[in-house]
Design a protein around this ligand. Structure first.
Ligand SMILES: C[S@@+](CC[C@H](N)C(=O)[O-])C[C@H]1O[C@@H](n2cnc3c(N)ncnc32)[C@H](O)[C@@H]1O
Length: 455
């Protein structure tokens, strides 16, 4: 038996308890009362005896359930025994087939890995699920989306791309890092990572110049390179989005919705730790999470500022003084379904309508910060038209002192290219958009707005 086979056998023996734990987690997830990652980590905290491998499998299967909830729930109706067990078994089967965990990447070998836990009368039933031809499923079952989101995709991509987009969102996302160029260079970090062994197998991201993609999902927190701030976890798309702002050395820049600072840290490094970069957010907790990341980043130009709301006096005091503003607006997050599949079940047309109002209000306040000639990037990780183009159009209708700049023109000399266009731009749009089925990133939207020089 090879080391890999031994590991697989050890994991397979532990599966009966996985089914039980997973059944409890899925029952809790189906209430949709809290974000899925919070539900899963709370469960692990209250079950401290679960090992790392158990946790990895339970977490992966919980997210597989959320991604394929329609298919799994519908098929589960046909089984026997407690519903939680049926859902757990189907989710484990999906995980085994898709992620290559256990010895199987196909239905039969995935089933063999479940042999320790399935009852004889469940085998045929699982086999039937594992061999369903996906293209025979009804459209909404196949895409595992609520109808309103499936319909909304058509306003974001051409009709013939809706299915490939929806299918791409059913896959788990890769783990990407951004190299902190204040401390090291990508080639050097790739060397360090690849010396750490197979689970870190790292390669450059296809487009982002400072991105690294890891093949596995290794624990990062304990690694020296991570503790010392040589890299941060950041999806390639998010890295590219921050690059739309193109901040320069010595400028005054505001990251209006900085959160825990994913993009703030990218912007600070692009500014070579010079000038002044304000990181605003209404969430004290998120800004508190930025501080340790900032401390290890080596940046000295970032100033976190808690604001009460977008019209806070601290914002008004900087009106007309800022060169560049990033508005990474709070949004439905429906572009990140690969990572946050619970969002498709937790958002609704009503929640999107409320977000749209908030987004317009934040954009309007943030825009007042700009000097004449200054650039604002309005961005979301949504693919819903109302949160994206809809907000920008409403803003421009009320603010004629701003104009939309075509990213094809603005980015031509400075941005990573895909074919003959800057990545994320297209011949027939003046907006910037990334999609999982085209770019292999989460879906992101960006609009480049400039305050006209004469006003
Ligand atoms: C998409 S997240 C930002 C993610 C962050 N830029 C990053 O790259 O990690 C949106 C953020 O907007 C913040 N937010 C919500 N309402 C806000 C407001 N009125 N003014 C400023 N920030 C706000 C939220 O607290 C949240 O951190």
């Amino acid at each position: 038996m090879t080391t890999d086979q031994k590991a697989i056998a050890a994991r397979a023996k532990a599966l009966p308890q996985h089914v039980e734990h997973l059944g409890i987690v899925i029952t809790e997830l189906m209430k949709f009362a809290h974000p899925a990652d919070m539900v899963v980590s709370r469960y692990f905290r209250s079950n401290p005896r679960l090992g790392n491998r158990d946790r990895a499998l339970i977490a992966e299967a919980s997210f597989a359930f959320l991604r394929r909830k329609t298919e799994i729930s519908q098929f589960a109706e046909s089984g026997a025994g407690p519903l939680a067990r049926r859902l757990a078994l189907l989710s484990l089967l999906v995980t085994m087939i898709e992620s290559g965990l256990g010895s199987g990447n196909r239905a039969e070998s995935a089933l063999a890995d479940l042999a320790f836990v399935v009852h004889p009368n469940e085998i045929d039933w699982l086999q039937r699920f594992g061999t369903i031809e996906r293209n025979t499923l009804a459209p909404l079952t196949r895409v595992n989306l609520p109808e309103w989101i499936w319909n909304a995709l058509g306003s974001s991509v051409p009709k013939d791309e809706c299915l490939p987009l929806a299918e791409a969102m059913l896959k788990a996302a890769s783990l990407d890092l951004r190299v902190n160029t204040i401390k090291t260079q990508r080639e050097d970090l790739l060397g360090v990572l690849n010396d750490l062994g197979g689970r870190y197998a790292a390669e450059p991201t296809p487009y982002a110049p400072n991105g690294v993609r890891l093949k596995g999902k290794p624990a990062l927190q304990t690694q020296e390179f991570f503790k010392n701030g040589f890299a941060e976890v950041q999806d390639e798309g998010s890295q590219l989005l921050a690059m739309l702002l193109e901040p320069k050395r010595g400028e005054m820049v505001v990251d209006f919705c900085a959160g825990a600072g994913g993009k703030t840290l990218s912007l600070g490094a692009m500014m070579k730790s010079s000038g002044r970069l304000y990181a605003f957010d209404v969430s004290e907790k998120r800004l508190a999470n930025l501080k340790p990341r900032l401390a290890k980043s080596g940046l000295s130009n970032v100033h976190p500022v808690w604001i009460d709301n977008e019209n806070d006096a601290k914002v008004k005091r900087l009106a007309g003084k800022i060169d560049r503003v990033l508005v990474d607006a709070p949004c439905s997050g429906l572009g990140t379904l690969r990572r946050n599949p619970d969002l498709k079940w937790r958002q609704s047309p009503q929640s999107v309508a409320e977000l749209t109002q908030k987004q317009l209000s934040i954009l309007t306040s943030a825009a007042r910060l700009l000097k004449p000639g200054g650039r604002l990037v309005y961005a979301t990780c949504s693919l819903i038209y109302q949160e994206n183009q809809g907000v920008v159009e409403a803003f421009l209708a009320n603010n004629p002192q701003f104009e939309l700049k075509d990213p094809k023109e603005v980015l031509r000399d400075s941005f990573p290219m895909m074919g003959d266009l800057p990545i994320g731009t297209s011949k027939n749009s003046s907006y910037w958009q990334l999609f999982p089925h085209i770019h292999g990133t989460d879906a992101f939207f960006g609009a480049i707005l400039v305050r006209k020089a004469a006003t």
